[in-house]
Design a protein around this ligand. Structure first.
Ligand SMILES: *Cc1c(COP(=O)(O)O)cnc(C)c1O
Length: 433
């Protein structure tokens, strides 16, 4: 029988596995969840987490807040307030101050990516790359469970003016009609698959009338966090029929599955969900960041990509953890991320080599860490744009001085003592005004 039950800091004592959690871990969960979102559910707790191995279990690290996610000072301060049962409004106020210090809106997403229609900004949309528009449905700004490393954490933290959300499909359709160069609409969140089939149809059906739109993408973690969405929920069959309708319209329906660990797609429910989605003609691609404590191991990625290929999922992107929120706890230096990527990539047949990465989603575009090389006695990173604000930058490579500790492009300087990366003068001109 279907039984989605979610657990947060407020009802964690009802979790069947509650007794496995030590008092110190419980305290850390209460403290850190004041700053970062925490929600787990019955499927994740019963089928994905290995409770005999907490807190080291990767799926536990992926869903339960850890003390190390806050800086030592912040943790000590907030922990003191929680331990002394301080006034909840005081705790909230201090937690808010910490949130605002964690670069909640990296890479200028709000300022640089918000599209405009008739002199009005379209909040809850992003148009950064010429061919694709992101849409954040208002009702989809939650997930079936939250990932501790989530770069979209402000969406779920009540930081209202930092949140992207929109419920006007009419405005999106109008925008697409004025921008025939947009071929893909990407529904994201949160997780669009938390919505009922009726709501999903409300948002997606009108797009089938836009002839210039060729692809609908849905970014989701539901294959692992709640596969019952496709196998057991009351409107699951209707959802799959709607997927068929999208495909029958001649469009490509791409499910962009967030999968961090092979265990997530090893359950019978996930396997069945994947089978059902693929039977509609939709194509599932996978993407995920490489993160410490969860998947910082080439064998984990090899196993994950091989399993995906076996199940008919196309490996798409390996990302680098973005420079926001608890990055310091989850980050993997670029050089190590490249080793993890290559260590897995080299052990797969060509069918798994559709994947690209490690990719940084930064202000000028998506930048792949291609290689580490030595040129004229200088050790350098070789980077390559796979996506860029200026389409002419795409597929161009550029070099930065090597630093084994660097975990983001901002940590690096151009190679050979040059003043700036080739794209920087134009980026400044375009966006300083
Ligand atoms: C990653 C991303 C896309 C999609 O890029 P693809 O390389 O086509 O998958 C679109 N918009 C934004 C803002 C993105 O970050």
């Amino acid at each position: 029988m279907l039984s989605y039950q979610s657990y947060t800091a407020n009802n964690i004592h009802e979790l069947p596995q509650f007794d496995c959690i030590s008092p110190e871990q419980l305290h850390a969960i209460k403290v850190v969840s004041e700053v970062y979102p925490f929600r787990v559910n019955s499927h994740v707790a019963e089928n994905l987490i290995d409770w005999s191995n907490i807190p080291d279990d990767p799926l536990f690290r992926l869903t339960f807040p850890q003390a190390g996610m806050l800086s030592g000072d912040d943790y000590t301060m907030l922990s003191g307030l929680v331990a002394s049962n301080a006034d909840p409004s005081l705790i909230r106020e201090e937690a808010r101050k910490i949130q605002l210090r964690q670069n909640p809106n990296p890479a200028g997403q709000m300022e640089l990516n918000t599209p405009w229609l008739d002199d009005e900004p379209l909040h809850g949309m992003q148009h950064k790359y010429r061919e694709s528009v992101l849409f954040f449905p208002l009702e989809a700004q939650v997930c079936h469970a939250y990932c501790t490393y989530c770069f979209r954490w402000p969406q779920f933290s009540g930081v209202e003016n930092l949140k992207f959300a929109n419920d006007s499909i009419e405005r999106l359709v109008e925008y697409l009609e004025q921008h025939p160069e947009v071929k893909d609409v990407i529904f994201t969140g949160g997780d669009p698959m938390v919505m009922s089939t009726m709501l999903i149809k409300k948002y997606m059906q009108p797009l089938l009338g836009v002839s210039t739109l060729k692809t609908i993408r849905i970014g989701t973690k539901s294959l692992s966090w709640w596969p019952q969405r496709y196998t057991a929920e009351a409107d699951a069959d209707e959802l799959l029929r709607f997927f068929e309708e999208i495909v029958a319209s001649g469009r490509h329906l791409a499910i962009m599955a967030h999968i961090s660990h092979p265990r997530e797609i090893a359950t019978p429910d996930a396997t069945e969900a994947i089978r059902r989605i693929r039977s509609t003609g939709a194509v599932i691609r996978s993407q995920s960041p490489v993160v410490r404590h969860v998947n910082d191991d080439p064998d984990v990625w090899r196993e994950m990509w091989q399993k995906q290929v076996q199940l008919g999922i196309i490996p798409y992107y390996m990302f680098v953890e973005r420079d926001t929120g608890p990055k310091h706890y989850f980050e993997v230096p670029l050089a190590e991320a490249l080793d993890i990527y290559n260590g897995a990539y080299q052990q797969m047949s060509g069918l798994g080599r559709t994947v690209r990465g490690p990719s940084m989603s930064c202000s000028p575009g998506k930048v792949i860490v291609e290689d580490v090389a030595e040129i004229n006695d200088e050790k350098v990173f070789v980077f390559k744009f796979t996506q860029s604000r200026n389409p002419e930058w795409t597929n161009k490579t550029f070099l930065a001085g090597f630093d084994e500790n660097a975990s983001w492009i901002d940590d690096l300087a151009p190679a050979f003592g040059e003043d700036s990366f080739f794209f920087e003068p134009e980026l400044m001109r375009r966006y300083s005004s």
